[in-house]
Ligand binder design. Structure first.
Ligand SMILES: Cc1ncc(C[n+]2csc(CCOP(=O)(O)OP(=O)(O)O)c2C)c(N)n1
Ligand SMILES: [Mg+2]
Length: 599
């Protein structure tokens, strides 16, 4: 933004008369808001009218869930607020899934929820529902504007809390409160600097790390959110410690760094799992150690139960919540890493003695895993072999490897929930943070596409690529309209296996292939749908076309073009999501006996 526009965007200063709409919009300006995602509605016509003059772009989407995910993607790339707004009642309830996803991704999304008018509240008027209880468990903070004179104060607080608590904040505004005259001052944002953590816990952590013979660092989302990658690299290099990424945070440590081992968890890196299994001390840096993120995988139960765990998290409530820990540090991942580096650089490190062996082990495990991935061209279970036989379509793994090889420098990739998207975890490597956006622990299908659209708005110069299964694409392709209308060029890679594959895997493994509702027969050609919607669409049938198609599509973004690449893949299925949570069927009633597991 140039200085002229910047100057124009300064919020009004000093206490003065204004309308609540003006107070709301000026507070957005004070908070640096330049983009708001939503669908137009009568509930907020008055402030909407001011957006253009305030320098705020209103991005008109196809579905409010899309707006919520876009705000999430925008926030995750920029580290700033993502903002969404909608019509009271149905527009607001459409936000719910996206806000829940943002909650588990710790995204500072501000959800503006205009509400039915204060004079008819409770009378069952038009588009009325209680909007605070709906979001009470998926927001970090809820502000209700109970008096129009408090519009600026409460708007400002919602923005401050979203960043302070790193998660969605709701701003609920009875729609009649946008009108009237008030006198107020626009508050300035409150900037909070997070520290390194308590001196005693840092000393204890340094003690453990200094005496470790096989220290391992696990870098989580906190490293990304705190812009702490440089600090993490410094500490890792000092300790000569292998570094794993926490689940779906493959961008928390640069993949080309020799100490990088890859992600833990579902469809993660065997190298990372084998190395962390050897740890006597783990530094969990900016991760809550979520239960799904450390599940056994590839037959490896790798979590080092005997190791001492040092956990660093900005949210004290996360310390020791999921895994037992030896030391908990409530601090900013970057500041804590720097404080640990400062302490350790003046000490003898026990791990120095065998650093050479450790480095050799990293190299060897990584080479072994790469070799295994190269050779793992297709899934080898009975179902997969059967469906791949005689099929002219691509093996999903080979197709993912080709995408990996063609991935443009600096790309941002969002991934959806599905079997192929999950398998892609092994093939997604990043050099810079704020590059990978997955649905995290909320795991909702339909997440990836709108999220990458929001990410592209925040970082228009970076290639933006969404990986989406065909089922999830059916939920989210409507946002192609947003790409066209709003000129937001992205690339969607759609995996056409004609099935809700991840769930079908459960039918295959646990329910003797009694398929109910998992086949996606008679789908349209997604490439043809794309063309009909005014974007590029291409069906990819051959492995050799995958890389060139991705590169062309990524380049076309520079010309403002959105592309849908429809990858024709077999119905093979990788390891299931929730083997941990399913059981073979037991039946007691005679009429269902035929579906019982054979013993
Ligand atoms: C909103 C939502 N609905 C349902 C599910 C359950 N679910 C998880 S994975 C999956 C299948 C995804 O199919 P697809 O997008 O085609 O990807 P594939 O598994 O075939 O690669 C479903 C239905 C979910 N996670 N989210
Ligand atoms: Mg599918």
């Amino acid at each position: 933004m140039n200085t002229m526009t910047e100057a124009k965007r300064l919020a009004v200063v000093g206490r003065q008369k204004m309308t609540p709409s003006e107070a709301f919009v000026e507070t957005l300006v004070a908070q640096g808001v330049t983009n708001v995602f939503g669908i137009v509605g009568s509930a907020y016509m008055d402030p909407l009218d001011l957006f253009p003059l305030a320098g705020i772009r209103f991005i008109s989407v196809a579905h409010e869930q899309g707006a919520g995910h876009m705000a999430d993607g925008y926030a995750r790339v920029s580290g700033r607020h993502g903002v969404c707004i909608a019509q009271n009642g149905p527009g607001i309830t459409n936000f719910v899934t996206a806000v829940a996803a943002a909650y588990w991704a710790h995204s500072p999304v501000v959800v503006v929820t205009p509400e039915t008018g204060s004079m008819t509240l409770g009378l069952g008027g038009f588009q009325e529902t209680e909007q605070l209880p709906i979001f009470s468990k998926i927001t970090k903070f809820q502000a209700h504007v109970n008096n129009r004179a408090r519009m600026a104060e409460l708007t400002s607080r919602a923005f401050d809390r979203a960043l302070l608590e790193l998660g969605p904040a709701q701003l609920n505004i009875p729609r009649d409160f946008f009108y009237g005259d008030i006198e107020c001052e626009i508050p300035q944002p409150i900037a909070i600097e997070r520290g390194a953590g308590g001196e005693r816990s840092l000393d204890q952590a340094a003690e453990l790390l200094a005496s470790a013979s096989f220290p391992v660092i696990l870098c989580g989302g906190g490293v990304i959110m705190a812009d702490a990658q440089a600090a993490a690299i410094k500490l890792a290099e000092l300790l000569q410690a292998p570094v794993c990424n926490s689940y779906l945070h493959n961008d928390s440590f640069p993949a080309r760094h020799p100490l990088w081992c890859g992600p833990l968890g579902y469809q993660g890196s065997k190298a990372a799992m084998k190395l962390i299994a050897k740890a006597d001390v783990v530094l969990a840096l900016g991760t809550r150690l979520g239960p799904f993120g450390t599940l056994a995988q590839h037959g490896l139960d790798y979590w080092p139960a005997q190791a001492k765990i040092v956990q660093v998290d900005a949210d004290a409530k996360m310390l020791g919540l999921v895994k037992p820990i030896s030391v908990g540090i409530c601090g900013d991942a970057g500041a804590s890493a720097e404080a640990l580096t400062a302490r350790l650089s003046r000490r003898q490190l026990a791990g120095k003695a065998n650093a050479g062996e450790r480095i050799a082990a990293i190299k060897q495990e990584k080479a072994a895993w790469e070799g295994e991935l190269d050779a793992w061209t297709q899934e080898k279970d009975a179902w997969s072999l059967e469906v791949a036989k005689g099929s002219s379509h691509m093996h999903p793994r080979q197709m993912l490897r080709e995408l990996e090889r063609a991935m443009p420098e600096g790309a941002m990739v969002s991934t959806d929930i599905g079997n192929i998207c999950s398998v892609s975890n092994s093939y997604l490597r990043f050099e810079r943070p704020r590059s990978m956006f997955a649905a995290m622990s909320f795991g909702n299908c339909g997440y990836a596409f709108p999220t990458i659209v929001g990410a592209k708005v925040a970082a228009p110069d970076r290639p933006a690529i969404a990986y989406v299964g065909d089922g999830a694409w059916g939920m989210s392709f409507g946002e192609l309209q947003t790409c066209v209308r709003e000129n937001i060029p992205v690339t969607a890679v759609v995996f056409n296996n004609e099935q809700w594959g991840a769930e079908k895997k459960n039918h295959v493994d646990f329910y003797a292939r009694r398929f109910v509702g998992v086949n996606l027969d008679r789908q349209p050609s997604w490439a043809a749908v794309a063309k009909a919607m005014g974007v590029e669409g291409q069906r990819i049938e051959k492995l050799s076309d995958v890389g060139p198609a991705l590169r062309t599509a990524a380049n076309a973004q520079r010309e403002g073009k959105t592309t849908v690449l429809e990858m024709m893949v077999t119905r093979e299925l990788g390891d299931p999501f929730r083997r941990d949570a399913l059981a073979m069927p037991t039946r007691h009633l005679a009429k269902y006996k035929s579906t019982a597991a054979k013993s």
